[in-house]
Every structure is written in C-alpha cells, then in structure tokens.
Ligand binder design. Structure first.
Ligand code: ACO
Length: 374
C-alpha cells in the first residue's frame, strides 16, 4: 500500500504550465521557451519579469513602460511603513517580509486594489518587495529612510534599498543576473504553495504570503544563508576536505548541493559560479570562491552531488556587503515574479488543488468518555 504514496510528491505531474521547463537530465532551464543562459547573458530582470507575466519578450516601448510602472509602484502606503516600523529590529527579515506582504492586502487603497487575477497586483508586489526590505533593514541598521529612486533599475534599487549605496555597474549586473536566475523554477515548493492558495480562489497577496513562508525553509530558499554559515565554520581551504568529509560521515546535509529535479549541475549554479569569480577578481577577494570550489570537489567526489543555485549566490551577496539574513529575502524579491505568473496562470485554468493521503491510522476505536480514560 505504502508504495502508492509518492513521498514529497516526487515525479508527480500536478498540472500543465506554459511558464517554465526544467530538463533535469540535460541541466537546462527554460523560461517561456528561452534558455536561461541566453536570458542571463543578454536580458535584464525587468525583461524577464515581462516575459514570465505576459508570455513574450517585450518591445523597447513595453519594456520602458514596465520599468516606469515598477519604479512608480516603489512607494509604500504610509500605513504599511508604520506597520514595518512597529516590528522589532530583531525580527527575521523573512518574517518581516511575510508580515508585510500579508498586510499589503489590507493597506492597498480600495480604488487601486487589484482584482483576483490582476497583473497590476503582480507588479505592485514585485515593486514593493525591495521597498519593504529596505524600510525594515534600514531602520535596524540606523540608515536613512528609503527614497523611490525611479532612475535605478530594479537590481540597483534593491542594493540601494538594502545598503543605502548604489552598486557599481559590475555589482548591479551581478545582482540583475542573480534575480534573473531566481525568477522562476516550475513547481518548486513555494510556487506550489502559491498555486494551492490561488486554487481556492484566494487573492494574490494571500498566495504570495504562503509562498514567502514556504521559501523561508532551509531545504528551499533558506539554503543560501546556511552555505555561508558553513563557509564560516570551515574557515580556510586547507580545512575544507576534512570538515566536509566529517559532516558527510555524520550524515549531515551540505547546503547548496543536490536537487529534486536536476541530476547534473544546476545551470544557475554554473552561471553564478562565474559571477562569484568575476566579482571576487574585481574586488581582489577570491576567498569564498576558492573555498566553494574546494567544497564542490569534495562533495562531488564523496557523494556524487552537484551544486544547486544556492551554493554561489551567498558569496556574491557577501562581496557586496549584504548581511546574511537578507539572502533569502533577495531570492523572494526575484521569485515573486514567478509566484505571481503562476498564480495568474492558476486563475486562468482554475481547478482546486486538493490531493489525498493514504490513511494508515486506526478506524474502529471505541469512544471512551474523558472521566473513564486512564
Ligand atoms: N548533502 C548531503 N547529502 C545529500 C544532500 C546534501 N545536500 N542532498 C541529498 N543528499 C543525499 C541524501 O542524504 C540521500 O542520501 P541517502 O540515499 O544515502 O539517504 C540522497 O542524497 C537523496 O536525498 P533526498 O533528500 O531523497 O533527495 P531530494 O530530492 O528529496 O532532496 C534537496 C532535494 C532537499 C534539495 C536535498 O538535495 C537537500 O537537502 N539539499 C540541501 C539543501 C539545499 O541546498 N536546498 C536548496 C535547493 S535549491 C532551491 O530550493 C532553490
């Protein structure tokens, strides 16, 4: 009987989608027909957002309009800013983000409140996430309040929001590429959570609130933070071999490795590895890059596992000076595009997502009144 259960829904085809295709054997990732390697090389995050939402690449005018729209939507409602200001500075930024996304549904002005299938809501959420994070982290870091800075790209605005400085051209491009690579990934756990919520005809904000909570887990978006913790524990390249081997011998997971779908190297890891090196060279600091390469060698030799997207992203964010607890929120700032694209697709072809379980408990117990129970 137990053989009928696909634990973790592994290999279960839950729905049809036109958004994202992963070829786990060839190590290919496709957004709406376009290879991620081409998009990472030649497009921008705003272009990819348009592609995922509308299903085609934008013309120059459409792209300029979207950029302007996202920039206009950066300013948060005053009530939301007050809500964020009321949170303790010690709060986990993913908790703050989840709370703020949930609160957005309440503070959205009635006249601009998106309908249940509104692409405007997707854009509002995407534009708001860096502002939410910026509002929260600037207060705890005693930085000046955030300004909308409409002239900055989404990637540059995110860095400005988090650090109160504009990135260099190379840094902005590194973040732009990271955002492109994280924007969607088929029915990953957080996107599935968003679609399950949407499939009840709940609203976009509820769906994205579910998704943020799901992304937070260390087996999903939280892995990039754990990778940097691991590198900190290892310390130097000469300690890596022994450290990683001991960890594997204790049957502990090495974060940033393995994937449910990819059986070869995650193509996003390949691209981010290159960016980790490029940024490290530009800053004269290849410490993390070298350490990661050694860990990759040992984990592959010992376990046959390949890196996933989370292995290298943290090293890039660290080189920019971004605090570790903001890595997963950066992931969310990108994946919100994929979440909302999937939610909009769910609304178009709605079918309540409601699987079933294989019940393995008792069925014929006799009820005993509370006073008679021992
Ligand atoms: N370190 C050590 N061993 C691992 C790892 C790892 N990172 N990943 C898988 N394994 C081992 C398991 O222990 C298991 O070994 P066993 O058969 O000897 O018990 C085997 O590989 C299969 O592992 P499963 O957990 O069954 O594989 P699954 O497909 O469920 O796991 C997952 C995928 C959760 C991502 C897993 O590889 C993992 O925990 N990785 C570390 C966390 C991580 O990096 N998450 C980010 C994923 S990408 C993303 O969400 C953006």
């Amino acid at each position: 009987m137990a053989g009928e259960v696909q634990r973790g829904l592994e290999d279960v085809v839950a729905l049809e989608s036109r958004i994202c295709f992963i070829d786990g054997r060839q190590g290919r990732l496709i957004y709406r027909g376009y290879d991620i390697r081409d998009l990472a090389e030649r497009s921008t995050f705003e272009e990819v957002a348009y592609l995922l939402w509308y299903g085609r690449l934008p013309t120059a005018t459409q792209l300029a309009d979207l950029r302007q729209r996202l920039a206009e939507l950066r300013t948060l409602p005053g009530e939301l800013v007050r809500e964020l200001d009321a949170l303790p500075a010690t709060a986990n930024p993913m908790d703050a983000l989840r709370t703020a996304v949930s609160a957005m549904a309440i503070f959205e002005p009635q006249e601009t409140r998106p309908g249940p299938s509104s692409i405007g809501g997707a854009q509002r959420l995407t534009a708001a996430l860096p502002s939410i994070l910026g509002t929260f982290v600037r207060r705890r870091a005693h930085l000046p309040p955030i300004a909308a800075r409409p002239e900055l790209s989404h990637a540059a605005y995110l860095v400005y929001a988090l650090l109160d400085r504009e990135p260099t051209e190379l840094e902005a491009r590194a973040i732009d590429v990271a955002l492109i690579l994280h924007a969607d990934h088929d029915l990953n756990a957080s996107t599935f959570a968003a679609r399950v919520t949407a499939s009840t005809l709940s609203d976009l904000y509820s769906a994205v609130t579910s998704a943020v909570g799901t992304l937070k887990g260390p087996l999903h978006g939280g892995a990039n933070e754990r990778v940097m913790e691991l590198l900190g524990e290892i310390g130097t390249v000469d300690r890596a071999e022994e450290f990683v081997k001991a960890k594997l011998a204790r049957h502990e997971r090495v974060m940033g490795f393995g994937h449910r779908v990819y059986k070869v190297e995650d193509p996003r890891a390949t691209i981010l590895r290159d960016w980790s090196r490029r940024l490290g060279e530009a800053k004269g600091d290849l410490h993390y890059y070298r350490l990661l390469e050694k860990v990759v060698e040992v984990v592959h030799r010992e376990k046959g596992l390949y890196p996933n997207v989370d292995l290298y992203s943290g090293s890039i964010y660290t080189l920019l000076g971004i605090p570790q607890d903001l890595y997963t929120p950066i992931f969310a700032s990108s994946r919100v595009v994929g979440w909302t694209a999937h939610v909009l697709e769910e609304y178009e072809d709605l079918r309540l997502i409601r699987p079933t379980s294989l019940y393995v408990g008792p069925t014929d117990l006799a009820y005993v009144p509370v006073a008679e129970r021992s």
